[in-house]
Design a protein around this ligand. Structure first.
Ligand code: PEP
Ligand code: MN
Length: 449
């Protein structure tokens, strides 16, 4: 395995420090922050340059329709939910979705967990008010506590050390599951048969039978299922906390290139994606595949400046644009952007985030999304790319493997009253296990055309 041990020298001092940095915690104790950063800099990388390069190559294939990217996981991971069961069920859900999508797309599916590092959140307001009390907003478990008390909401840099360790143990378990036989295609297929056996998902029955036949064909043709017991599974998160991401940058001794070793892929969010801002600058300096969330106010000019900053040479797989327009806007907002990128000529991988443009508040006060609206945005994404002859490269969804009730609708018909049953998310509403599979089956039908 290649070496990523050499820490960055001062000569490579980060340009981002002089740029506007949005959404950063106001740490009360600068010295404590400096200690944490120094500690993180000495720690081993969480991912390796060779893996990161493999992922970049796979994402490049998705830019031309020769692979399909599936990114999924919590809006915000939490320290308390960082358990073996929670990780296993998320991995299982993503593997099940991937098997369905592989069949639908007839291409490899690139599996990326929004996991093992998704611990920091951008917020629309710096404060949160409940009744008479106003406190600093919760910014993710790597920054402060979710509990609504003044003490919990003080940013604590040592939380980054906890986030690092939890990311490492999560990755360790993911590697064990995906390399140790848990990802066996026959097993994944039988889980999916369990899903379609439920009368609520009867409409997928014929699809499931086709999949069954494909499995039997593979078996009869002598496919080596033993070789299909292992899969590559990657990790990604939003590069929000600049001090954390910077402290995780290491130089690859083979190539001399810098990698952010906190995850294979990093993205910048809709709120921090200024081409001249600190977040884009930090990602401009590393060799990982990167994503940018792109909302409905993005202009073609914004994209061109982002490409200049993040992928000046047009390296395939380097830049993904993760569109989150809203179901009612995607059909108008996306085409001019896709056209502009096509004229530019540098490759990007288009990924649909059908979650963040479709958040609503239910009458009983829950932050939620409608299953149908989520599907509609995905449909719009496919329609636009089909019309323009470009490749719909993948999807990015907020999901959990658990049986939560956070998104309205789906085959289980979760209604507003039902949201109260198992509403557990710390930030945004997630598809539950069944809803995630439903989305995968629906997309597989769209991919088959
Ligand atoms: C998110 O992915 O949780 C998020 C905050 O998205 P966006 O930056 O697109 O709003
Ligand atoms: Mn979110």
């Amino acid at each position: 395995m290649n070496e990523l041990s050499a820490a960055r020298t001062d000569a490579q001092a980060p340009a981002w420090r002089h740029l506007p940095a949005l959404q950063q915690p106001a740490y009360p104790d600068e010295a404590a922050l400096a200690d944490v950063v120094a500690d993180l800099r000495r720690r081993p990388p969480l991912v390796f340059a060779g893996e990161v390069d493999s992922l970049r190559n796979l994402i490049a294939q998705a830019s031309t329709g020769d692979a399909f990217v599936l990114m999924g996981g919590d809006c915000a991971e939490s320290f308390t939910h960082n358990t073996a069961d929670n990780i296993r069920l998320k991995v299982q859900t993503i593997l099940q979705m991937a098997a369905v999508l592989t069949y639908g797309a007839s291409t490899p599916v690139v599996k990326i967990g929004r996991m093992a590092g998704q611990y920091a959140k951008p917020r629309s307001s710096d404060t949160e008010t409940r009744g008479e009390v106003t406190l600093p907003a919760f910014r993710g478990d790597s920054v402060n506590g979710h509990e609504f008390t003044p003490e919990a909401r003080i940013p604590d840099p040592t939380r980054m050390l906890d986030a690092y360790l939890r990311s490492g143990t999560t990755l360790n378990l993911i590697r064990a599951f995906t390399m140790g036989g848990y990802a066996d295609l026959r097993e994944v297929h039988s889980w999916n048969r369990g899903f379609t056996a439920n009368p609520a998902y009867k409409r997928f029955e014929s699809f499931a039978e086709e999949l069954d036949r494909a499995m039997r064909f593979m078996e009869a043709a002598g496919v080596d299922f033993e070789a299909l017991r292992q899969v590559d599974f990657y990790a990604a998160h939003e590069a929000l906390l600049l001090e954390y991401e910077d402290a995780m940058i290491r130089e690859d001794s083979r190539s001399g290139r810098l990698y952010d070793t906190s995850a294979h892929m990093l993205w910048v969010g809709e709120r921090t994606r200024e081409a001249d801002g600190a977040h884009v600058a930090i990602l401009a300096g590393v060799h990982n595949p990167v994503g940018v969330k792109v909302g409905p106010t993005t202009s073609p000019d914004d994209l061109s400046r982002l490409m200049d900053r993040l992928n000046p040479e047009g390296l395939p797989g380097r830049l993904s644009l993760i569109t989150r327009m809203g179901a009612d806007r995607i059909r108008e907002a996306l085409p001019p952007l896709v056209e502009a990128v096509r004229v530019d000529g540098r490759p990007v991988t288009w990924i649909a985030d059908p979650m963040h443009g479709n958040t609503i508040t239910s009458d009983n006060g829950y932050k939620t999304r409608r299953f149908e609206t989520i599907l509609d945005e995905i449909r719009g994404f496919f329609e636009v790319h089909r019309t323009l002859g470009t490749a719909p490269g993948g999807i990015h969804v907020e999901l959990t493997g658990d049986d939560v009730t956070e998104v309205l609708g789906g085959g289980e018909h979760i209604d507003e009253a039902g949201l109260a049953e198992h509403y557990e998310t710390l930030v945004d509403p997630r598809l539950n296990h069944q809803q995630s599979l439903e989305v995968a089956f629906e997309i597989a039908e769209m991919l088959k055309g």
